[in-house]
Design a protein around this ligand. Sequence first.
Ligand code: ATP
Ligand code: MG
Length: 436
Amino acid sequence: MRLSRYFLPTIKENPSEAQVVSHRLMLRSGMILQSSAGIYSWLPLGTRVLKNVERIIRQEQNRAGAYEVIMPTIQSADLWMESGRYNAYGDEMLRIKDRQERDMLYSPTAEEVVTDIGRKFMKSYRDLPQMLYQINWKFRDEIRPRFGVMRGREFLMKDCYSFDLNFEDAQKSYRTMMEAYMRTFTRLGLKAVPVRASSGPIGGDMSHEFQILANTGESLIYYDADLEKLMETETFDIEHLMGLYAADEEMHDAKNCPVPQDRLKSKRGIEVGHVFYLGTKYSDPLKAHIIDKGGQNITVHMGCYGIGVSRLVAAIIEASHDDVGIVWPASVAPFDVALLNLKPDDEKCTKASDDLYLKLQQHCLDVLYDDRSERSGVKFATHDLIGLPWQIRFGSRSLESNTYELKNRRTGEVLENVSWDNLIDAIKGPHKSCCS
Ligand code: ATP
Ligand code: MG
């Protein structure tokens, strides 16, 4: 992408409306634009990140054996009357009437619609287990939309639903999804703590929230100090992790806490995911019944599993930034590398930069090519702000020596006299294969 022609409306000054760093940096780097309260347009740079986050979530959902579907965002009130939630949901639900005066709503979640799919097509024990998920926009008329896309009114969610024959099988699905979540958050460059949680309006008997530790988080969580230590290790066992104490504010009971005071920690967290065992909360009123092995008519056991896809973009920034801008983990970065032509007025340097731009693309790299006729200082500031993992600073030195100057955005280290092979190896990293 040539930056001279790209749509990247960056902002120099800190926008006064933004209270948290992720919101500030998303506005300043031209990722989003507020359209109305809690509702945003995603601009090209933001869209690339959102799609990358989505891709990793999708791959891990597929790997867990869930199948992707797309369910309606506009839903009929009838199904919600059947579950009893149409009246119970309250003001967070956006209620709409169509031209026939029929009651419709903009989906805040999709238990009713997915249970309807289940009851129509899953008739026998042979049809189970089953997991269906979608990545789709939700609307909740939050009282206080704030912190940019962190708490929006319209937001992108991954919502998965499991259908099982009995409690034991439902626990297996729950566990499978927990593992998928741990893998997903690790790939996104995040340390997410699974925290025992109260179930809230969605209901059910068992639930875990996944929390990213950050001072700007809206939740307060309590946990065993060993948990943080365990998560520092490269490979940890999920059984071990779930055995350690972690609870949200509502679940935490100071008097009966099993963790001794000196090992109990409390921090703020950003909730990026939530898993629930639902039991028969929806399958019962919606009559999602199947015939079991013995020929009995039984009610399906369900689970639901959400990830805040758009919130994650902000959470990643909260967890990974410095004084001058964003520091993207390579897995979600909007481009792999920035190429800065430091002498745009020099014909030779520009020709060599153009050639390098093509050569990098031939190695399947996504390159943001800063070909603007701007001073080096301006270019450095732009690229530190938007936070691609690597910057190639191409100027007269490179031209003369036929080597490269490479800046690692995370460490700030500038490597000089880098050979072509080392340049490619560094940018691709150990995990990125060609065209993946
Ligand atoms: P919260 O306590 O933050 O309101 P919730 O319990 O209402 O979240 P769920 O219904 O479990 O959220 O939704 C699944 C995920 O969707 C959450 O874990 C969160 O990451 C994300 N999410 C929920 N509400 C919003 C919102 N208003 N804006 C952005 N993301 C959201
Ligand atoms: Mg909520």
